[in-house]
Design a protein around this ligand. Structure first.
Ligand code: ADP
Ligand code: MG
Length: 759
């Protein structure tokens, strides 16, 4: 048998089940490998009973408790019998109920439920006359395990009891028993270890099978910790090695060097610098120099630029693009939405002026052209844009995911800039890269502040720079929570909006939904990106966060089309033009709405989150967010970033009914407390569970990360990264670490599968 083949063995066979049945398939466990990768959720201390007061109705639970009494009686009004038992944790009680056809059918249960003895009980917590109870729980009494000797019995009595994620049909102890059966027959050779022996030695880690035994069959809690630590390290290590390989592969391909022009004469970059209406910040200059250096080499740049909202990433990108155009190449700028792509094209044209009017009357002599390519372009305009890209007439092509489609060709694509990375998956980056003959340089920009460890985990294949400073002369934003139910506060809110408008400002009013008649959720604000291209956790990263139980029951979410009508009727806003923007509008109407808002013709814009990312109207001073509790923190931060961009101070009003202290309430409090994106990102991590975080920030890797916690395990991730880079640098093809190579390949397969499923 080849190494690892045992792990592929079907469970039906491994567990010796009759007729090839596998009872564990209800949990999605098909092979030996699946089963030993199904880790316990927690461990019960055999000396300590479960706190019954913590159980909530509706939960599927496994409880360790002591039997107080068990009695069988006939039913009063119906035929049949009833076994009623009471169990306790020493303080609280929980009743168990079993129904039977007649008394005799319940005696076997009664015999096992000996008062004073301890057992594990599992079932769904129900309510009967206001009391919590378990109906027909599956249970196992201590001492019922089939143990061979007294020694086993003694050891078992002191061992932590693994509690597995289970379902009613397959209780935790059935899983434990299956795991035991399987683990007993495995040898070290059956369980390939992706962590090479020298790394294990350096880091003091047990080998894989040993770690699995410690996690599934611990003698002590110290075993559990040691086993979990080793398995977490492995997750981080395999991921970091995969990223290191990826990076080595990407930077290993030759790229065309695009050094800065040596003479100012004829250089578009020099001409742009001369006409910029502001001084570059120190950060912009620093990052700019770093990028300029990397573009000059024969290795493709792989860089992530993180910058707070409003920190001026666009101009950094434009300068990089112009360096490439000066050197004879082309640049593509990829944006997540049509609104944003159109705005980028407008911004770049405005910044460049005559420098972008190549081939036109009045254009500068060395001028280039900027083409906009989006999915909704008319056939004729599209053809012209495609031609300009393919002929090289367009130095810069700005677009949405339409840029990824097959018929888009470039004459000489030298640089790919991806704005607002969190909307694009790794595969999409690759697709654009594949459009160049030599590897193009890559600059990824994100305003979503990413804690360092998440960045390492998700973007570990990119080097990172950050713009921490916001250009001088920004007055900042103050933030307040407005209770939605309070008429006086709401009147005051719209009166404030009026004051700002009378002073020449603009106001955004953001709602979670478009149409009051739809009961569906909100708009995703990504109308140009097919749903399949969105990250799976997008709802958490951005769009509306379903938070059942926290929203007042029956309070419908505010909708754009309804709010616009309300505002038009408000006396505070009498005489003010109110515009509308949402993803279901036709693209020309969207452009029109944005233009009228920017010019001040309709200074109030009621919209969905389409304005979330990157929209830049310096006169905007107020951001009113309705049902603010329904949005994620990073999204609120992005939305708030739309105001206070000019010289006038910004105001952000979060309208919500979230009770203080609820998760949603805490999110809003964090918004009031700080405007620091990194602090908000950390708060966000604390308020969410890890699965959400990784699901939101990355595409598909969640499946391979089971125990790793991106925040708590920061140190471990750093160590694993250092070790992984060391191994990959010394042996890029991983000839000497075949198990690691296999683990990476498995992970890529899983990722690709997930991607294909979503596509
Ligand atoms: P973001 O990093 O959020 O994409 P933008 O690139 O849209 O930010 O820049 C926000 C605004 O700041 C734009 O109006 C831009 O013209 C302006 N800006 C950029 N750099 C500077 C600077 N050095 N000084 C003053 N304003 C700047
Ligand atoms: Mg931007």
């Amino acid at each position: 048998m080849t190494a690892g083949a045992r792990l592929d063995e079907p469970l039906s066979r491994a567990l010796g089940q009759a007729r090839g049945k596998n009872p564990l398939s209800k949990l999605g466990l098909e092979t030996v490998g699946d089963l030993i990768g199904h880790y316990p959720r927690r461990y019960d201390d055999p000396g300590r009973l479960t706190d019954i007061s913590m159980l909530r109705a509706g939960e599927h639970v496994t409880v360790m408790a002591r039997v107080v009494q068990a009695t069988v009686r006939s039913m009063r009004n119906r035929r049949g019998a009833l076994l009623e038992a009471v169990i306790t944790d020493g303080r609280h009680r929980l009743s168990l109920t079993f129904f039977g056809k007649h008394r005799g059918s319940l005696y076997a249960h009664e015999q096992r439920l000996v008062p004073g003895s301890t057992g594990l009980f599992t079932g769904t917590v129900g309510l009967y006359r206001g009391e919590r109870q378990l109906t027909h729980p599956a249970f196992m009494m201590m001492g019922e395990e089939d143990l061979d000797s007294d020694e086993d019995l003694l050891a078992a009595a002191a061992r932590p009891i693994p509690i597995y994620p289970a379902v009613a049909a397959v209780p935790s102890w059935r899983i434990a028993k299956a795991v035991r059966t399987v683990l007993d027959t495995l040898t070290g050779d059956d369980v390939p270890d992706p962590v090479p022996v020298e790394v294990r030695a350096r880091e003091g880690l047990p080998e894989r099978l040993d770690a699995l035994r410690k996690v599934h069959r611990p003698d002590t809690m110290a075993d559990v910790r040691s086993g979990q630590h080793r398995l977490r390290f492995e997750e981080a290590f395999v991921l970091q090695a995969a990223l290191a390989k990826r990076r080595a592969l990407a930077t290993g391909r030759p790229a065309t060097p695009r050094p800065p022009a040596t003479q100012a004469a004829g250089s578009l970059l020099a001409a742009l610098d001369a006409r910029l209406p502001f001084e570059l910040t120190a950060g912009q200059q620093e990052v700019g120099a770093e990028i300029a250096g990397e573009l000059s080499t024969g290795r493709p740049m792989q860089r992530l630029l993180q910058g707070e909202v409003g920190s001026g990433k666009t101009v950094v990108a434009l300068r990089a693009m112009l360096q490439v155009v000066d050197a004879g190449g082309q640049a593509a700028l990829l944006a997540p939405t049509e609104v944003l792509a159109a705005q980028h094209a407008r911004t770049l044209r405005a910044l460049l002026g005559p420098l972008a009017e190549g081939g036109m009357l009045g254009g500068a002599e060395n001028a280039t052209r900027i083409e906009l390519l989006t999915g909704s372009l008319g056939a004729k305009a599209k053809k012209a844009a495609l031609l300009a890209a393919a002929s090289g007439a367009a130095g810069i092509v700005v677009g949405t995911h339409a840029l990824l489609s097959e018929n888009v060709r470039f004459a000489d694509l030298g640089l790919v800039v991806v704005d607002e990375q969190h909307r694009f998956g790794v595969e999409q980056r690759d697709r654009l890269r594949d459009k160049a003959s030599a590897a193009p340089h890559l600059l990824v920009m994100t305003a979503t502040p990413i804690p360092r460890t998440v960045a390492m985990t998700v973007f570990g294949d990119l080097a990172t720079s950050a713009l921490t400073q916001v250009p001088a002369g920004r007055a900042g934003v103050s933030t307040h929570v407005v209770p939605a139910g309070n008429e006086r506060w709401m009147d005051r809110t719209w009166a404030r909006v009026r004051e700002e408008i009378d002073r020449g400002g603009r106001a955004y009013v953001v709602c979670p939904r478009i149409n009051p008649d739809d009961d569906g959720g909100g708009e995703d604000g990504m109308e140009t990106v097919p749903a399949s291209a969105a990250e799976p956790g997008d709802a958490a990263a951005g769009a509306v966060v379903p938070d059942p139980g926290e929203q007042g029951a029956g309070t419908p979410l505010r909708a754009v089309l309804e709010v616009v009508e309300e505002l038009r009727g408000r006396e505070q806003l009498a005489g003010v033009e109110i515009g509308v923007l949402h993803g279901q509008m036709a693209p020309p109407d969207k452009d029109d709405a944005m233009a009228r808002f920017a010019s001040g013709e309709s200074p109030v814009l009621v919209s969905t989150t389409v304005v979330e990312v990157g929209v830049d109207v310096p006169e905007a001073t107020v951001m009113v967010i309705l049902d603010a509790d329904r949005f994620g923190l990073s999204q609120l931060h992005q939305l708030r970033g739309r105001v206070g961009r000019g010289a006038a101070p910004g105001l952000c009003l979060l309208v919500s009914e979230a009770p203080p202290g609820s998760t949603a309430g805490l999110r809003l409090e964090a918004m009031v407390r700080t405007t620091d994106g990194f602090e908000l990102a950390n708060t966000d991590l604390e308020l969410r569970n890890e699965g959400d975080v990784l699901g939101a920030a990355q595409s598909g890797r969640s499946s391979s990360l089971r125990l790793l916690r991106v925040v708590k395990d920061a140190k471990l991730i750093e160590q694993a990264r250092t070790e992984a880079i060391g191994i990959v640098t010394a042996d890029p093809e991983l000839h000497y670490a075949p198990e690691l190579a296999d683990a990476i390949a498995d992970q890529l397969d899983a990722e690709q599968e997930e991607f294909l499923e979503r596509a």
